[in-house]
Design a protein around this ligand. Structure first.
Ligand SMILES: O=C(O)[C@H](O)CO
Length: 305
């Protein structure tokens, strides 16, 4: 293999690179490796200029990339699916259990003196055994979540998506239903779809009002799929039983946000893929995508534009 040297400049901080700084530093670059906090839009692509050949994002989600603008300029895009599937599924199950069994409330009560005598209905939650689990957007992550939930004796998996996903559905014996039926039948509803113009705000009053009173809503995809005002209304009026959110709009969610006042809403700071193993795999894959793109070779994981 012919050796080629790559010159790179790294933003050596866990905090995002300030936009003004990024716009300055991308000028003339052939490749950019970014994370989901960087908006790769027309402004940034113009600032980079015509040398830019490849953008590699260290994420499975790509809603921070203006795909039309990238396509128009013939810029190739790499992303990091698969390597985070197990980690995200694991966290989703943890969040689901923490929400449905009210673990955050329970530790708070234990610590702050709320733990009195044993009481019959105190801190009762909802169990997975004999339940129906709905998945909105059945991909690798949805399947991995269902595989982990099955041993909890879930009765039935149902899903909806823009199209039938027979191969994935067969792996978990999931039945395809309409969005309305998904809302009506699910005891637990896991949101696993990508954020696109079609899914923006799809979890709104219309959906929540059809859900069961005992339903638990879990979102580890993107905050933008949820109408948060409607979710607040649904949770605070007891329309649904609880919500676990790893993603919100905006991020970070301001500490004074009404959702933080609700006991039946568990909010995590976008940590679904945060394990050492997974973040290492994601960064290696993102780097390999970038290098392959620069060499003009097939990327290990390229997004088809
Ligand atoms: O899109 C992603 O990769 C996750 O949201 C963060 O790991």
């Amino acid at each position: 293999m012919r050796e080629r040297k790559v010159q790179f400049e790294m933003w050596d901080s866990d905090d995002p690179v300030p936009r003004v700084e990024l716009l300055k530093r991308v000028k003339g670059c052939e490749g950019i490796l970014c994370v989901l906090t960087e908006k790769i839009d027309a402004q940034l692509l113009n600032a980079a200029g015509p040398n830019l050949k490849v953008v590699s994002t260290m994420s499975v989600g790509f809603d921070h990339l203006s795909l039309d603008e990238l396509k128009k300029r013939g810029i190739r895009v790499g992303y990091t699916p698969d390597v985070l599937t197990d980690c995200v599924a694991e966290l989703t199950v943890a969040l689901l259990l923490a929400t449905s069994r009210r673990l955050i409330e329970a530790t708070h009560e234990a610590k702050t003196g709320g733990w009195g005598t044993w009481r019959t209905l105190w801190l009762c939650g909802h169990e997975l055994a004999n339940s129906t689990v709905g998945i909105l957007g059945l991909g690798r992550i949805g399947v991995a979540i269902a595989e982990r939930l099955k041993p909890f004796k879930v009765k039935k998996f149902i899903y909806t998506d823009v199209a039938l996903r027979p191969e994935l559905a067969n792996m978990i014996e999931a039945e395809y239903v309409s969005l309305d039926e998904l809302a009506k039948q699910s005891d637990f509803l896991a949101i696993c779809c990508a954020l696109t113009p079609e899914t923006y705000g799809i979890c709104n009053w219309n959906l929540f009002s059809k859900m069961k009173k005992n339903a638990i809503f879990i979102n580890t995809s993107r905050g933008g799929v949820v109408n948060q005002e409607d979710l607040y209304e649904a949770l605070s009026t007891g329309l649904i039983a609880g919500a676990g959110l790893d993603v919100t709009t905006p991020e970070p969610l301001p500490t004074h946000h009404p959702l933080f006042t609700l006991k039946n809403c568990v909010i995590l700071p976008h940590v679904a893929s945060a394990s050492y193993t997974t973040r290492n795999s994601m960064s290696a894959l993102a780097a390999n995508n970038l290098l392959a793109g620069l060499r003009g070779e097939p990327m290990p994981k390229e997004l088809k534009l």
